[in-house]
Design a binder for this molecule. Sequence first.
Ligand SMILES: NC(=O)C1=CN([C@@H]2O[C@H](COP(=O)(O)OP(=O)(O)OC[C@H]3O[C@@H](n4cnc5c(N)ncnc54)[C@H](O)[C@@H]3O)[C@@H](O)[C@H]2O)C=CC1
Ligand SMILES: O=C(O)C1=N[C@H](C(=O)O)C[C@H](O)C1
Length: 233
Amino acid sequence: MKIALLGYGKMGKVIEKIALERGHEIVLRKSAEDTFEGLEQADVAIDFSIPDAAVSNISTCLDNNIPIISGTTGWLDSYDKMVALCQEKNGAFIYGSNFSLGVNIFFQLNDYLAKMMSNIREYKVSMEEIHHTQKLDAPSGTAITLAKGIIENSDYSSWALENAKEDEILIDAKRIENVPGTHSVFYNSAVDTIEIKHIAHSREGFALGAVVAAEWILGKKGVYTMKDVLNLT
Ligand SMILES: NC(=O)C1=CN([C@@H]2O[C@H](COP(=O)(O)OP(=O)(O)OC[C@H]3O[C@@H](n4cnc5c(N)ncnc54)[C@H](O)[C@@H]3O)[C@@H](O)[C@H]2O)C=CC1
Ligand SMILES: O=C(O)C1=N[C@H](C(=O)O)C[C@H](O)C1
């Protein structure tokens, strides 16, 4: 499979390593100033760039009939527009706030726990995410997906980074040197705390998931998620 890498930073480089190990070829490594030259040769594109570039990268792929996997976070206000463009162009598109198998299992666990806790008034939910200091967005895309999972399964209505109201989920976003990504969900009562936590030990899990998603989408049309790729119910 010929892959175009849109974003050749920390993630782009780990994705390249895993893609080559799995027998794929890289036909474009695009950084900020580079053009899309080489995209026309690609079977699939993988975008791990920056929030301001994701929409342009995804649109360019859909306009050129190249299936696109995007892991870039911090641009989700435009997600519905990208879904509509994918449908209009009869293209193929996956966005995932987190491509690792472990976090996608954690998403399911979070949904289940939120449903279980929704009628138990003694507990108040909050979250913590910790990432390296170069991260541009806060809260993380993964934290937003976790918050959405809780909101869909409970009476919480939104999230906040500070001064959370009664119906808001407080997300504490911490930035610490070299942390690949740690997410915790807490249910706090006066007498105890229930915590579920995912710790990424490296970027390999995210990168492998993105390459697996790229392999999976070949020959398909439509908008999918990692739940489809991993066949999680
Ligand atoms: N969904 C997931 O599983 C994961 C998502 N991420 C997200 O992926 C993104 C990238 O993360 P990192 O690689 O750690 O960041 P990074 O800062 O190391 O790399 C970003 C790269 O994008 C490049 N870039 C800037 N403008 C561009 C453009 N117009 N076209 C193509 N490339 C451009 C920069 O030159 C830089 O090399 C972030 O949004 C991060 O939150 C990171 C890890 C896992
Ligand atoms: O920027 C990162 O590094 C990460 N970003 C993603 C996010 O925003 O959730 C996924 C992972 O936690 C690493």
